[in-house]
Design a protein around this ligand. Structure first.
Ligand code: GTP
Ligand code: MG
Length: 208
């Protein structure tokens, strides 16, 4: 993917705060600290476009970014962070649910899971939910650098099985630290646009 421009658009909690511009959207969802914001920065080759923090629960609003003025990336609040109140957790859940259920230009929702661990009960709930809305063809397995190469296939198989993914669904591993798997994830995202017949700039930069 050739990235010409990437910019922050807005933060939102309620639908009337979502961008009016109905560009195709790819949303990133997953438990707190899994690496959603880092993955977006890595894909866009930006260091600080999206705030990353060692404090889990950093992203509390839905954050919209526009790429090449052609499509949106959407960073959703992370779930599963223990140190927030029950009512706060419920309101985040509602924020995510409303977005998934109502956003008409939402093309795909990428669930992120940590490649080291079996998906949690929350991950499974979230995956069932996004499948229910017709999304979930790609799961991103983050922090690839934290395991040995010899473990990749075994861990990917466990993620597929635990989430109940179909044969056609893909687990795409990535390391934001080592910048591994970035091209492969872009190829998979580009395929989503192509399959939906959407005109985005997907050609590589010319090599001289
Ligand atoms: P919330 O906003 O709290 O929901 O978290 P998030 O999912 O956006 O995670 P974030 O990108 O903020 O990353 C959380 C922590 O994991 C940070 O300390 C990152 O530096 C680290 N991290 C993210 N991706 C990777 C990776 O590929 N490898 C390693 N080793 N660390 C990573
Ligand atoms: Mg974040």
């Amino acid at each position: 993917m050739k990235i010409k421009t990437s910019e922050f658009v807005t933060s939102a909690v309620y639908p009337d705060q979502y961008p009016e511009e109905m560009l195709p959207e790819i949303a990133f969802v997953g438990r707190s600290n899994v690496g959603k914001s880092s993955t977006i920065n890595t894909l866009l080759n930006r260091k600080k476009l999206v705030k990353v923090s060692s404090t889990p629960g950093k992203t509390r609003t839905i954050n919209f970014f526009v790429i090449n003025e052609e499509f949106h990336f959407v960073d959703l609040p992370g779930y599963g962070y223990a140190r927030v109140s029950k009512s706060e957790r419920a309101s985040w859940g509602k924020t995510i649910e409303t977005y998934l259920a109502t956003r008409e230009n939402l093309l795909e929702v990428l669930l992120l899971v940590d490649i080291r661990h079996e998906p949690s009960a929350d991950d499974k709930l979230m995956y069932d939910w996004i499948k229910h809305y017709g999304y979930g063809s790609i799961v991103v397995a983050t922090k690839l650098d934290k395991i040995k190469r010899s473990q990749y296939q075994k861990n990917i198989k466990i993620i597929k099985e635990k989430l109940g993914m179909t044969k056609e669904d893909k687990v795409v591993p990535i390391s934001s630290l080592k910048k591994e798997g970035v091209e492969n994830l872009w190829t998979n995202i580009s395929t989503l646009f192509i399959n939906a017949g959407l005109p985005v700039t997907i050609e590589e930069a010319p090599k001289y």
